[in-house]
Write a protein that binds this ligand. Structure first.
Ligand SMILES: Cc1cc2nc3c(=O)[nH]c(=O)nc-3n(C[C@H](O)[C@H](O)[C@H](O)COP(=O)(O)OP(=O)(O)OC[C@H]3O[C@@H](n4cnc5c(N)ncnc54)[C@H](O)[C@@H]3O)c2cc1C
Ligand code: FES
Ligand code: FES
Length: 499
């Protein structure tokens, strides 16, 4: 255990209150909200982002505008509350009058034990803040990360539709029905908030595993923070925390220092530079889904992002974290591999770039050096047709059994270029090189398609686990290749849901 630990002085707005708490660095937002502040409406069940019972609305400034996003507070470090506005279920009902979402859930008998309900209310709240008229698909998407074990979703969805009806009836005044009084004037208050996150060192009398939580605000400050922390083996980077905090909560896997990259502006750049899209490592999956630049130039990346976890996970999980975490089924990493992306790695010593296809060395092993961060990914804009497929047991909040991205270009009916990247088939995201080489120069007749599918299925030493036997995975690889190439024959850019 470290000899000294930090106590973080966190200042934020919680519903209609201004809060100041001093907490050790291993506290989660949920522990502060429920434990320190006694707002027990927000529930805890899984502690790993799976069930949504702990969902709260986190209000942050983005380009000076206040945006509320649904987040899982169980995997949100408390330090991330600093300078933000949190709305919990207690912040919605005013003067004993239920919020329109709560009332409709009640009226539609969409509550039984009620344990999931605060999380469902907050997810719907964030949805209706963005748009008063969501269609059925948008309602389902907002609820992907909220598990209800007893009521069932038919009544919950009916309640959501009824909320949309109430907002439509309110016309131009719909936002008055959704936005609670505690959010009034919050944008101005957050803009005026200038307090830095302060920390004091104190003796580690309670034997805590985490010594420090550091939030550098520029790359220069990051290098100085790392130099002060000393041995890089004692530090771990955290961005969205959707992998790191699960390891902390479930595996009790604590580094000595967490270095939070989320306030470094250099990691949030998204720009087209000639024939390359440069994407900062700190962009979240939601950022990718909402970006017009991505929609215009790499729509397949937005579609792959949409297959990650749930709305709450996509709101915090980043592309850089996905690549660095080196999971064999990482949706972002598989997509980027198929897109032939390059990584920009940065350290105190300077920058280097390398192809993503050379980055992975073994299971969860990468070429990233101690003290080095992924700063950005660079994706060439090649004019290829792209398609991303993910086969999983559930369409949402599930890891892929097999995922794949196919990037290909046809010229005169023949394959002029082809890349096939797969997840779930090896210890890291991998390319089906033989199948791609076989295809180049060939016309896509039925025989060629089957032969390429057989080649791809034979390229990997697939293993069996809870997400499918080795034989099932080989069948999925064949199926993905056939699906990709048949779509290519139709020259359509598609992105399938479950294959
Ligand atoms: C319920 C749930 C469902 C999920 N579903 C999916 C899914 O369907 N598909 C999927 O791909 N993933 C899924 N994930 C995993 C996770 O959300 C993603 O891997 C996400 O992209 C991680 O990003 P992050 O910013 O949260 O990473 P963090 O948790 O902050 O970090 C992850 C790792 O990357 C390192 N790191 C972070 N940023 C950098 C950087 N810029 N440079 C160097 N190292 C860095 C950290 O040190 C850590 O080792 C799920 C997670 C949860 C909790
Ligand atoms: S408690 Fe299950 S997502 Fe947080
Ligand atoms: S009402 Fe019981 S879990 Fe949803």
């Amino acid at each position: 255990m470290p000899d000294t630990i930090q106590r973080l002085q966190i200042a934020f707005f919680l519903n209609d209150r201004e809060i100041r708490v001093t907490v050790p660095p291993d506290r989660t937002a949920l522990e502060v909200i429920r434990g320190e502040l006694g707002l027990t409406g927000t529930k805890e069940t899984c502690s790993e982002g799976d069930c949504g019972a702990c969902t709260v609305a986190l209000g942050e400034l983005a380009d000076e505008l206040l945006v509320y996003r649904a987040v899982n507070s169980c995997i949100l470090p408390a330090a991330r509350l600093h300078g933000r506005h949190v709305i919990t279920v207690e912040g919605l009902a005013v003067g004993g009058q239920l919020h329109v979402i709560q009332q409709q859930l009640l009226d539609h008998h969409a509550v039984q034990c009620g344990f999931c309900t605060p999380g469902i209310v907050m997810s719907l709240f964030c949805l209706f803040l963005q748009r008063p008229d969501p269609d059925e698909a948008a309602i389902l998407e907002a609820l992907e990360g909220n598990l209800c074990r007893c009521t069932g979703y038919i009544t919950i969805r009916a309640a959501a539709r009824a909320v949309a009806g109430r907002l439509a009836a309110a016309g131009g005044a719909w936002s008055d029905l959704v936005l609670p009084a505690c959010a009034a004037d919050m944008e101005r208050r957050l803009r005026a908030f200038g307090e830095p996150l302060r920390a004091t060192d104190s003796p580690n009398t309670d034997g805590r595993p985490l010594a420090g939580y550091h939030v550098p605000e520029s790359l220069g400050e990051l290098w100085r923070t790392l130099a002060r922390a000393g041995d890089p083996a004692r530090t771990r980077f955290i961005h969205g925390g959707t992998d790191v905090m699960v390891a902390v909560n479930i595996k009790r896997d604590f580094p000595e220092h967490l270095v939070d990259l989320s306030r470094i502006p250099e990691l949030h750049v998204l720009v087209r530079e000639g024939d390359v899209l440069r994407i900062g490592a700190g962009l979240t999956f939601t950022d990718l889904m909402e970006s017009t630049l991505v929609a215009d130039h790499l729509p397949v990346l937005a579609r792959a992002a949409a297959r990650v976890g749930s709305r709450q996970v996509r709101n915090r999980g980043t592309l850089g974290g996905n690549v660095a975490n080196a999971s064999p089924i990482a949706d972002g990493a598989v997509a980027l591999l198929g897109l032939d992306a390059r990584l920009v790695l940065a350290s105190a010593g300077g920058e280097r770039t390398l192809p993503l296809e050379t980055f992975y060395k073994g299971y969860k092993e990468t070429d990233r050096q101690p003290g080095e961060i992924i700063r950005a990914v660079e994706v060439p804009l090649t004019g290829c047709i792209h398609q991303y497929l993910k086969s999983s047991k559930r369409p949402a909040v599930d890891c892929a059994s097999v995922s794949s991205l196919c990037a290909a270009r046809l010229e005169d009916g023949r394959v002029a270029a082809c890349r096939l990247a797969f997840g779930g088939v090896a210890v890291y995201p991998a390319l089906a090189r033989q199948a791609a080489a076989f295809l180049e120069g060939r016309a896509l007749d039925a025989e060629t398609v089957r032969a390429a599918a057989d080649l791809a299925a034979a390229e990997f030493q697939t293993i069996g686990d809870v997400r499918g036997s080795a034989a099932y995975r080989r069948a999925l690889i064949r199926h993905h290749v056939i699906h990709h190439l048949e779509s290519l024959r139709g020259n359509a850019e598609l992105c399938g849901r479950n294959a």
